[in-house]
Design a protein around this ligand. Structure first.
Ligand SMILES: Nc1ncnc2c1ncn2[C@@H]1O[C@H](COP(=O)(O)OP(=O)(O)OP(=O)(O)O)[C@@H](O)[C@H]1O
Length: 374
């Protein structure tokens, strides 16, 4: 049996963070539920926990915008229990100053040194962007997942993107000035295909691990109602990039950009033989995305030997009662660690928790005030 590193957030203190002037929470090591009306500040609490893990907002909101309106700084203070030791993580942002991030009062010189200490997985309604937005969103997910355990991956991606930018610039110049210079193009080809192959292999490996777990979760949550698939699409399945670039000189010349490569990679989300984006119901889309997050959770758990904190924002909305029940039976089992759940529907949360045997705490959230529900 694997012994995962024990890890949970014991106490969370906020000062001037979003709609919280000040708040202090003593948390359960198992399940924590935040209930309250729309706009009360439930998601803001999950965002604060996310900050303590990734040193930034989960919604790409600039730090300064998270300072409470009319205030000049915010502070998020988390007391964790990691391997039975107390660890204090503090994030402070002051207007016009560099963000400060510390562990046990020692300030980090590089925020990247902190990433990985406390992994979290967040499921939020805005995950639907993965389905509805362009392929860049889906590549970002894959890149984030790989870079959590492969530090060299991001550098290869940066090098690839730099070469791609230069090559595209060259193709544009050729077209505008009506000439063609094969050797200077070949120089960038080499930088592209050298980096493309390991990136392609890393993505292929990741998806080979992720897809079976994802399908298993989807089947379980949906009660085996639908068959799902997730497919990795890449030009590199058609041959190596060196050959593809050579074969596509003419299309590149006409398009004025590089038409083949891993910058075009995508994930195809299907239920049965239908594309999720076009035909899946909101509940099916939700099930798809939540299953993907759970598979992501398993992957991080296996690679880092830690159970990430699981943040479930409004996860039950749009799901029928049996799907809700199966999700809760999953997260309240042994496989998961500390969980944070938000819901605007208190009745649903009470019902969901009826069968839970783990320790849980419910907090009522209203206008940036939090109170434990006895
Ligand atoms: N910098 C800020 N200063 C003050 N208030 C802010 C700031 N940023 C966001 N808010 C407020 O936080 C509230 C949104 O909180 P949050 O998204 O956590 O709500 P919620 O309880 O999750 O709602 P829902 O159920 O609709 O998802 C809004 O009222 C918003 O105005």
């Amino acid at each position: 049996m694997i012994n995962f590193v024990s890890m949970y957030l014991n106490k969370l203190t906020l000062l001037n963070f979003k709609n919280y002037a000040s708040a202090e929470l003593d948390l359960s090591p198992a399940i924590n539920c935040f209930v309250g009306d729309n706009g009360a500040g439930k998601t803001n609490l999950l965002e604060a926990v996310y900050y303590l893990s990734y040193c930034k907002s989960c919604f790409n909101i600039p730090d300064q915008q998270n300072i409470r309106q009319d205030d000049h700084f915010f502070m998020i203070d988390g007391v964790f229990n990691i391997r039975d030791e107390e660890e204090k993580i503090v994030c402070g942002v002051q207007e016009g100053r560099k963000k400060k991030f510390s562990r046990n009062k020692k300030e980090y010189q590089r925020l990247s040194d902190h990433i990985g200490l406390i992994p979290v997985v967040l499921s939020t309604p805005s995950d639907t962007q993965l389905i509805h937005d362009g392929s860049e969103e889906r590549r970002r997910l894959v890149n984030t997942l790989i870079s959590t355990h492969d530090r060299s991956y991001l550098q290869k991606l940066i090098d690839y993107n730099k070469a791609l930018e230069q090559r595209n610039r060259l193709l544009k110049t050729f077209a505008e000035q009506n000439y063609w210079d094969e050797p200077s193009l070949e120089m960038w080809d080499e930088a592209l295909y050298k980096n493309a192959m390991p990136i392609f292999e890393a993505r292929k490996n990741l998806l080979e691990k992720l897809i079976p777990d994802f399908q298993e979760y989807y089947n379980y949550i949906s009660g085996n109602q639908e068959e799902v698939s997730l497919q990795y699409k890449s030009d590199l399945f058609d041959g190596n990039l060196a050959d593809l670039l050579k074969q596509n000189r003419k299309p590149d010349q006409l398009a004025r950009y590089t038409t083949k490569g891993i910058h075009r990679d995508d994930l195809v989300f299907m239920i049965g033989n239908r594309n999720v984006k076009k035909t899946a119901s909101q509940g099916q889309q939700k099930t798809y995305l939540v299953s993907l997050k759970f598979a992501q959770f398993d992957l991080i758990k296996k690679t880092m030997n830690k159970k990430p904190l699981l943040l479930l924002d409004d996860v039950f909305d749009k799901l029928d009662a049996s799907r809700v029940e199966r999700i809760i039976s999953l997260v309240a089992g042994d496989s998961f660690g500390q969980i944070f759940i938000t819901d605007a529907n208190k009745v649903r949360i009470d019902k969901v928790l009826e069968k839970v045997t783990l320790d849980f705490r419910i907090f009522s959230v209203a206008n940036g005030q939090i109170s434990p529900v006895e």
